[in-house]
Design a protein around this ligand. Structure first.
Ligand SMILES: *Cc1c(COP(=O)(O)O)cnc(C)c1O
Length: 395
């Protein structure tokens, strides 16, 4: 039986009657822009993640842009961000005329390498954007310490990690701003585009709130140039229905990840990444050779609550595309997040050399990663089919 990489209907259709009731309510009151369901949804999210202010916005991308605008990031400012992430992280920086400076990543958790970030700070560096990739938080204590030491603003790109925790604290709530995305493939998947900006800072929240509506306050009186960064009332109403189930959605993904790990580590040549090698690629490589490893499974650090937006394995020895082709031939959904690092993108080719240097680990993992189905509604039979297909490829 085919196993898709993601099946949004499996999660959404069981809620059909509740979603229809939410739609009917919005249809009847007619307040399609900033209607009452918007405030309700914002409060619900703020409560779930434990943050003072939550502003729904048009997308995760716009949440990043709005955060940067509210922090007054301008042309010529440098902003540190990982080379291995979705494009929007750096795209938002560039759109303001600021300069993304790419940092290398950890080969174990795929997140920003804080030691590399430290080396790339200059007098122009104004902010850092740690991305909590694939549903696991970056190492925030050293990142926040580095930011404090150099007076940098911190925006957590938590598009893939709403509800994940780092030492008990929710992703997105540790920096000056955190951003979430409700793109359908994210863990809290919406019915179109949507996102959220969160902060514990009253002043920043107020400024972002004004920038969200073209910078006008009161309406038609503009002290600032903002944009239209609103999320539809309807989207908020529909997402409230799903938010009530969010803890279960996360538990289902965690169960799937645990099942993969227990089944896949039984196969010869499959090992789980060891956090002990987090900071040292050389010792990790020696260890992998000693294990005769062909596939490395992802790991959740003990201090993290991983929400598994992606289950991303590393295929060693230049054989990633071979495994991908095998899974595709078996009708098993899989994809490469991300095949090209940001420092290697054409649109950034003209950035100063210092923006693009020293991202060797990122380059390497981009050639090794493959994400396999992890969505919550996967059945046990489907998971075992994925495992069997990988076993077949290894043999
Ligand atoms: C999805 C994503 C975004 C952008 O979110 P959209 O809602 O699609 O605009 C930004 N950063 C990361 C890391 C993402 O995964």
């Amino acid at each position: 039986m085919p196993v898709p990489l993601l099946d949004v209907n499996a999660q959404n259709l069981p809620l059909e009657s509740e979603l229809q009731a939410a739609f009917t309510q919005v249809l009847h009151h007619g307040r399609f822009i900033m209607g009452p369901e918007m405030e309700t949804f914002e409060k619900e999210v703020a409560e779930m993640v434990g943050v003072k202010h939550a502003l729904s916005v048009s997308s995760g991308t716009d949440a990043l842009l709005l955060a940067l605008m509210a922090l007054d990031i301008k042309a010529g400012d440098e902003v540190l961000c990982p080379a291995f992430t979705f494009f929007a992280t750096a795209g938002a920086v560039s759109r303001l005329g600021a300069v993304p400076v790419f940092t290398d990543v950890c080969p174990i958790c795929f997140n920003l390498d804080v030691n590399d970030a430290r080396k790339k700070i200059t007098a122009k560096t104004k902010a850092i954007i740690p991305v909590h990739l694939f549903g696991q938080c970056a190492d925030m204590i050293p990142i926040l310490a580095l930011a404090k030491e150099h007076g940098l603003k911190v925006i957590e790109d938590a598009a893939q990690s709403i509800g994940a925790r780092y030492r008990g604290t929710s992703s997105g709530t540790m920096g000056d701003f955190g951003t979430y995305s409700f793109f359908p493939s994210k863990n809290l998947g919406g019915f179109g585009d949507g996102g959220m900006l969160v902060t514990n800072d009253d002043g920043l929240a107020e400024y972002a709130r004004v920038l969200r509506v073209h910078g006008g306050k009161p309406k038609y009186y503009h002290h600032y140039v903002g944009g239209n960064f609103r999320m539809d009332t309807l989207q908020c109403a529909l997402l409230s229905v799903k938010l009530k189930r969010y803890a279960q959605y996360t538990a289902d993904r965690q169960r799937n990840a645990a099942h993969y790990i227990s089944e896949l580590t039984k196969l010869p040549g499959v090992v789980q990444a060891d956090p002990a090698h987090c900071k040292c690629v050389t010792s990790q490589d020696e260890w992998l050779v000693a294990q005769d490893a062909k596939i490395v499974l992802p790991v959740s650090y003990a201090h993290n609550e991983h929400i598994w937006n992606q289950f991303t394995i590393r295929v060693l020895g230049g054989r990633r595309d071979s495994l991908r082709d095998h899974l595709v031939s078996k009708k098993i959904g899989c994809d490469i997040y991300y095949p090209v690092t940001l420092d290697q993108q054409k649109c950034f080719a003209d950035l100063p050399a210092a923006s693009l240097s020293g991202c060797e680990v990122a380059h390497r993992v981009a050639g090794e990663v493959l994400s396999i189905p992890i969505y919550g509604e996967l059945t046990e039979a489907q998971r075992l089919e994925v495992v069997a297909a990988i076993h077949e490829w290894l043999a």
